[in-house]
Design a protein around this ligand. Structure first.
Ligand SMILES: [Fe+2]
Ligand SMILES: [Fe+2]
Length: 497
């Protein structure tokens, strides 16, 4: 039987917006679910996705992709590759799975919300594929680490992390709730599929796939590449929304981009920053986190937003300042507070690594090397207990991460304070304070781990009590996998470097 060519029927099938007669538009697309903007409702008809795909094509492609990824996994299963790839690489995998797998499941709900409530039919259809993508990403990223659990209980956190009150997990949930679960189709499309996916997840997925190839983890590389191609396809939703919103409501587009670029930056500093600058074996490192950010985020993202008439986020100077510092500040914090994470953070500051850091970040020695010298001195003199924490760090009431990066104006770590309805809130930076103050009702009820401590929710009120509250048993909590042995490399050197 003769079949129509796709281009002859595709648009008729995608664009099925009609005038409703039995219910009002507001009943069909309530603003709580669809969102509000200055875009006239009819103008959403201009929404146009660059990659056209039919359901038949979608299913065929996805079946092939899954087949490929699962076949690689089956072939490599017996090789027990992961265990041979070293502590740093295992830290990358554990942090990635715990932080990402359940977030993907959340993203499937967000995509499903757009599939029902987005104000244009082609957008709804594309989001349906996006929802199926995210279900797949959640499942595949739980399935792959599952086989490692019998050898290493920390891999259980691929599934467990989001069900705990561990601080990194609180930070990830707070971000994703704001970005896509606790919001409407229009806002989430710009926050998730534009700022986060177009802007940032390429960094995580392309970067990690390339790094996995370099260290020889073909299993993870094939998994990640398979996911990344889905992401870049459904991320086009964000770009198509931006084309419309950028035309009719620049102010809203700018606000959402500014807010979510900052929040994404923070969580990527933690996840990708540590992976690229410290956990990745130094012999296989090519780019620093900063270089990768500059190439993949700064150049491309700024070109994209300027093309629709938006400006660089107002805090750009601060962002540039932090490019040299965020990963180092967070790594120092995570290493010191290692019992509070579900992986074993390598220090990543042996002699060779330190030379690499000083080359990539000229201020590193002066600003961070001196703290590591104290840790090295403590290890060398048998004071291991001094390399471990006694208390909890201050945490930002917006991004829920430890307040550890310096203020560009003073060069010092100085929390900013806002008093709202008689309560004090501490922030790591002006952009985080600005996000909170823009919608205080949205954020005021979120308690940081420190606030929970002060409110008596953590018993006994000690560091041990807090670690237990976070769901970390002795077997799961992070330890230095080298037990400080790396610090002895410096023994024969008069000065650390
Ligand atoms: Fe995904
Ligand atoms: Fe996605």
């Amino acid at each position: 039987m003769a079949q129509l060519k796709r281009e002859d029927w595709y648009r008729i099938a995608q664009k099925v917006n009609w005038t409703f007669s039995y219910v009002s538009r507001d009943e069909l697309f309530p603003k709580e679910m669809t969102g509000e903007s200055k875009v006239p409702f009819e103008a959403w008809e201009e929404w146009d996705e660059p990659y056209k795909m039919t359901y038949r094509e979608y299913v065929e492609t996805q079946r092939d992709k899954d087949g490929g990824a699962y076949a690689v996994k089956a072939a490599l299963s017996k090789a027990r590759l992961t265990q041979k790839l070293g502590h740093g690489w295992n830290s990358i995998l554990k942090a990635h799975y715990g932080a990402i797998a359940f977030g993907e499941y959340g993203a499937s709900i967000a995509e499903a919300r757009m599939a029902r409530f987005a104000p244009d039919s082609a957008w709804r259809n594309t989001a349906l594929f996006g929802s199926l993508d995210e279900v797949r990403h959640g499942q595949i990223q739980l399935y792959f680490p599952h086989e490692f659990v019998k050898d290493d209980i920390q891999y259980d956190w691929a599934h467990k992390a989001y069900h705990t009150e561990e601080w990194g997990s609180i930070a990830a949930r707070a971000l994703f709730d704001d970005m896509f679960l606790g919001t409407n189709a229009i806002d989430l499309s710009l926050q998730l599929t534009y700022a986060f996916e177009t802007g940032f997840t390429n960094l995580q997925f392309l970067g990690m796939a390339a790094d996995a190839m370099k260290v020889g983890d073909y299993n993870f590389s094939s998994l990640i590449s398979s996911i990344q191609t889905d992401e870049s396809r459904h991320a086009q939703i964000g770009d198509a929304v931006m084309q419309v919103l950028g035309k009719y409501d620049k102010e809203k587009a700018q606000y959402l981009v500014d807010k979510m670029f900052w929040r994404s930056w923070r969580i990527f500093g933690l996840l990708t920053g540590l992976s690229m600058d410290y956990y990745m074996p130094v012999e296989q490192r090519e780019m620093s986190f900063k270089e990768f950010m500059q190439e993949w985020i700064v150049d491309q993202f700024i070109n994209n937003i300027e093309a629709v008439g938006l400006k660089k986020p107002w805090y750009w100077d601060q962002f540039t300042y932090e490019l040299d510092r965020l990963s180092h500040a967070l790594h120092l914090g995570v290493y010191f507070w290692r019992p509070t994470v579900w992986w074993n953070p390598v220090a990543g500051v042996g002699v060779k690594e330190r030379q690499w850091l000083a080359t990539k970040y000229p201020n590193w020695e002066e600003e961070y090397g001196r703290y590591w010298d104290v840790i090295i001195d403590n290890y060398q003199n048998g004071r291991t207990e001094k390399t471990l924490p006694q208390t909890l760090p201050m945490v930002c009431a917006c991004d829920q991460l430890p307040i550890c990066e310096p203020n560009p104006k003073s060069g010092k770590v100085e929390p900013l304070v806002t008093v709202y309805k008689g309560k004090k809130y501490h922030f790591c930076s002006e952009p985080c304070q600005w996000i909170f103050e823009s919608e205080p009702e949205r954020f005021a009820g979120q308690k940081t781990i420190v606030q929970r401590f002060l409110d008596g929710m953590i018993q006994p009120p000690t560091l041990e009590g807090a670690i237990a509250y976070m769901g970390l048993s002795d077997y799961e909590m992070g330890k230095d996998p080298d037990n400080g042995a790396w610090a002895m490399e410096y023994k024969n050197q008069t000065k650390a470097i």
